[in-house]
Write a protein that binds this ligand. Structure first.
Ligand SMILES: [Zn+2]
Length: 379
């Protein structure tokens, strides 16, 4: 158990680092596709099929759809042929490749041949007998590994006690994994009208060490005769792979849009700061002057209410002052002698939170019409 704890703590600290990096998130352009099982590990076996074969077909088709339609995305496979790959190595590949998303593809089985439908899993606590059964089924793949006892420090995939460790595990990518998983299930149920068994969580060894949003797709039941036929058919495989592809595309676009918005917010914030600096610099020079002089400011807000400096309505603008007009408070930022500087500042405020900001003129603390101010300037 010690080793798996170290393994989990390491995964956990990596998650935290990655989460900080996620503040300045980048494009979703690297995906690792993991075809479950392979080689000496057939996975679930149906009447005519093996999970390892169906999973590989689905993985390769998914990769092709992504490559054809999203050329900016690099697709990396944990296996492209019928070979055995240890569970711990699969996440390791994704981490080493700095993948943005990890998608593991599997097929389901149940003792009842009527069990049918798809479910998408994320890493989490293993609650309930059925969830435990699925995690046990998938984690049992390590029993094919030569020194699994050493590698997973005596983690026994078949012992319920082993799964307690996952309750301590908090994935920093839970929200993103859940979002992607929901999109996959959505595609399966809405587009393909398949039975939606939902997004679920359990302790999957293949997901636990992955330092990126990760999902495990159970694409259907090989233990159900009809679903096995669908999973083995060219059309069924194309449909399933394209459903996962569409979910990935939606997720990618959504994440990149959020990123783009964050970037725009940052630029907006920067220009606001620069504008404030400019206004503050001008306040100092104007403050010492005789206020009978003509000054310009930028009016950005009108309200019946009094807002103090630092209140949220002022959106962080400092050097704000106000004058009363017709029962309203008019809020002005900056004091400029030079109208060009006032115009530049107004433009910057319009580009940030105050779309209607405009230049106003004052003499002796009283607002005067702008055209009168311009006349005064010309003198
Ligand atoms: Zn599997």
């Amino acid at each position: 158990m010690r080793h798996i704890i170290v393994f989990l703590i390491l995964a956990l600290s990596l998650h935290i680092n990655f989460d900080l990096a996620a503040q300045t998130y980048k494009k979703i352009d690297r995906v690792v596709i993991d075809a479950g099982h392979g080689g000496k590990d057939p996975g679930t076996v149906g009447k005519k099929s093996s999970e390892k074969d169906v999973a590989l077909k689905l993985a390769l088709k998914l990769g092709n759809y992504i490559k054809q339609n999203l050329p900016d995305v690099e697709v990396i496979y944990t296996r492209k042929t019928d070979v055995f790959v240890e569970l711990y190595k699969r996440a390791k590949i994704a981490n080493k490749e700095k993948a943005d998303v990890f998608i593991s593809i599997h097929c389901n089985a149940a003792s009842s041949t009527s069990a049918v439908g798809t479910e998408t899993w994320i890493i989490g606590a293993t609650k309930g007998e059925r969830n435990l059964a699925i995690a046990q089924k998938e984690n049992s793949a390590i029993l094919y590994e030569a020194d699994y006892e050493k590698q997973y420090d005596n983690f026994d995939p078949n012992s319920p006690e082993s799964y307690i460790i996952f309750e301590l595990f908090q994935s920093a990518f839970r929200a993103q994994s859940e979002s992607l998983a929901a999109k996959v299930q959505n595609q399966f149920s809405n587009r393909l009208h398949r039975v939606d068994r939902g997004v679920k969580e359990a302790g999957f060894l293949v997901l636990v060490a992955a330092t990126m949003p990760s999902i495990l797709v159970e694409a259907g039941f090989l233990s159900n005769l009809e679903e096995e036929k669908y999973l083995m058919s060219e059309q069924g495989q194309n449909e399933i792979a394209s459903a996962i592809y569409r979910a990935f595309k939606e997720y990618k676009f959504q994440m990149e849009k959020i990123d783009e918005q964050a970037k725009q917010e940052n630029t907006k914030h920067d220009s606001l700061l620069a504008a404030q600096k400019l206004a503050e610099a001008n306040v100092e020079t104007v403050g010492a002057e005789n206020n009978a002089e003509l000054i310009f400011g930028v009016q950005f807000l009108t309200s019946k209410n009094v807002f103090k400096n630092g209140s949220t309505e002022l959106k962080g603008l400092k050097n704000v002052w106000r004058y009363k007009d017709n029962g309203y408070y008019k809020y002005v930022s900056g004091k400029f002698k030079n109208i060009d500087e006032a115009n530049a500042y107004a433009k910057k405020l319009r580009g940030s939170d105050f779309k209607d900001a405009f230049v106003v003129a004052f003499v002796d603390g009283k607002r005067i019409p702008k055209r009168k101010a311009l006349k005064m300037l010309r003198k």
